[in-house]
Design a protein around this ligand. Structure first.
Ligand SMILES: Cc1cc2nc3c(=O)[nH]c(=O)nc-3n(C[C@H](O)[C@H](O)[C@H](O)COP(=O)(O)OP(=O)(O)OC[C@H]3O[C@@H](n4cnc5c(N)ncnc54)[C@H](O)[C@@H]3O)c2cc1C
Length: 419
């Protein structure tokens, strides 16, 4: 209602998947939370063609938030990861859930399913305002005041920027970002691949590209292809069917072995890292804070780590009578998330670089790395355990939270990411 002042503890800018998860974690942690998003209620076009592979720690968090059980029926467990070089026959098993006695390495779920489940869980936990823009913002010593396009005014003690890669909230706070790209594009689409086992993820490397086929229920796969920009433009010029045929050939599938089931989406492959993850009464989360290449499937998993940390911050604030937008909790949040962001960005950068190298030497180097991994079960299990853990995700809520926040607030030095 115009002129009305709505009081809450946290205002979250952005109700995408990361913003919804963050809002839900804050609300479950005991803080009154409002999420605003200028997008209409209808999900973004093309979302049905997108999927995310969620690591066990992310699933654990979503379950704790009450946002997993309905998604689980539509999620495909991935139990094995196979790897091949373009043009070679067959794909070698690289990682298996059985190596760590886990039920799955990850669960692949369509974005629209995850968004629907998060919205349902959020319905009774927080206030979500779609088609609503923040028109004015003032972050003061003790409060955040926001004017909304509906005419309402909101006062909060903490503002969370979860408004995506182009975050206006981050810009308003004057927080710069580092960006890195290799001139590659990401083409993504859904397809049907009848020959693909339902619980195996395939990845093919070569010619500067990486093609992943991540299984979904019903014999479908989410196809993601990172490839040099010039080649992507040439393929796109031939239409979606040409992209699908070239993908199938690159991945070593027989002619007609892959049937396209959606439009093809095209976007730049870009890494992004905010120089600070907190400011006065402000925390950055999701792709407003960091962006990764889809190669390695870490982006949303990292964002769910932000949500878990915000949940811990909320519990510390609500349970200990602390100010959720106070310097102490925000410094601890930023320290924890910078450490995770740096580690995962470095790992995905290294992987995307190795995967994207061209030529026989690069191909032999990848083969040697894969053979080393195949021959060292302890290394495999170490990698798998590290990948499935999240610094805040496993039992974080059971620790005495203010101490846990302090203990993790010592970021390591990060390598400079140059544009
Ligand atoms: C092809 C592909 C495959 C991927 N696969 C994986 C995977 O397997 N595993 C994985 O972990 N990750 C994966 N990712 C990454 C993952 O999809 C993204 O990290 C995630 O969807 C981004 O969510 P977000 O909420 O941070 O951003 P967005 O989805 O961009 O949401 C931002 C929201 O903010 C809103 N907004 C914009 N401006 C404002 C404003 N001024 N105020 C308020 N709100 C605003 C927008 O309307 C939007 O709703 C993949 C990405 C791609 C492209």
């Amino acid at each position: 209602m115009p002129g009305l002042r709505r009081r809450c503890d946290v205002l979250v800018a952005g109700a995408g998947i990361a913003g919804l998860a963050a809002g839900l974690a804050l609300a479950r942690g005991g803080l009154r939370t409002v999420c605003v998003d200028p997008a209409p209620e209808a999900p973004p076009t093309g979302e049905a063609a997108r999927a995310v592979a969620l690591l066990p720690a992310s699933v654990h968090l979503l379950r704790r938030l009450g946002a997993w059980d309905d998604a689980a029926a539509a999620a495909q467990p991935i139990r094995e990861f196979r790897f091949s070089e373009a043009g070679s026959r067959g794909a070698a098993p690289l990682l298996r859930a059985a190596d760590i006695d886990a039920p799955a390495l990850a669960w692949n779920v369509a974005n629209h399913v995850l968004r629907r489940t998060l919205r349902a869980a959020a319905a009774t936990a927080l206030t979500r305002l779609q088609s609503t823009r923040i028109t004015s913002l003032s972050r003061r010593e003790d409060v955040v005041l926001a004017g909304l396009s509906s005419g309402e005014r909101v006062s909060a003690r903490l503002l969370v920027a979860a408004d995506g890669r182009q975050s206006a909230t981050r810009r308003e706070a004057g927080i710069a970002v580092r960006r890195l790209g290799f001139g590659r594009r990401i083409l993504s689409f859904l397809a049907c691949v009848p020959s693909q086992p339902p619980d195996v993820c395939f990845e093919t490397h070569g010619h500067g590209g990486t093609a992943a086929r991540v299984p979904l229920p019903g014999g479908r796969v989410a196809a993601v292809w990172a490839l040099p920009g010039v080649r992507a433009a040439r393929l796109l010029g031939g239409g979606a069917a040409a992209v699908a045929a070239a993908f199938g050939e690159f991945a070593g599938l027989p002619p007609g072995g892959l049937r396209l089931q959606s439009d093809v989406h095209d976007e730049p492959e870009q890494f992004l890292a905010a120089r600070r993850l907190a400011g006065r009464r402000l925390a950055l989360a999701g792709e407003a804070a960091h962006g990764l290449s889809p190669v390695g499937a870490q982006g949303l998993n990292l964002s769910l780590g932000d949500a878990a940390a915000l949940g811990a911050l909320a519990e510390a604030a609500a349970g200990g009578g602390l100010d959720p937008g106070g310097e102490e909790l925000l410094a601890a949040y930023a320290g924890n998330r910078e450490r995770d962001m740096r580690a995962r960005t470095a790992a995905v950068l290294a992987y995307a670089r190795l995967a994207g190298l061209e030529g026989g030497f690069a191909s032999r180097a990848r083969g040697a790395a894969a053979r080393t991994l195949q021959g060292l079960p302890q290394l495999r299990s170490c990698i798998l355990r590290a990948a499935s853990r999240g610094s805040w995700l496993d039992g974080g809520g059971e620790r005495p939270l203010p101490q846990a926040l302090r203990r993790t607030a010592h970021p390591q030095e990060m390598q400079e990411i140059r544009p």
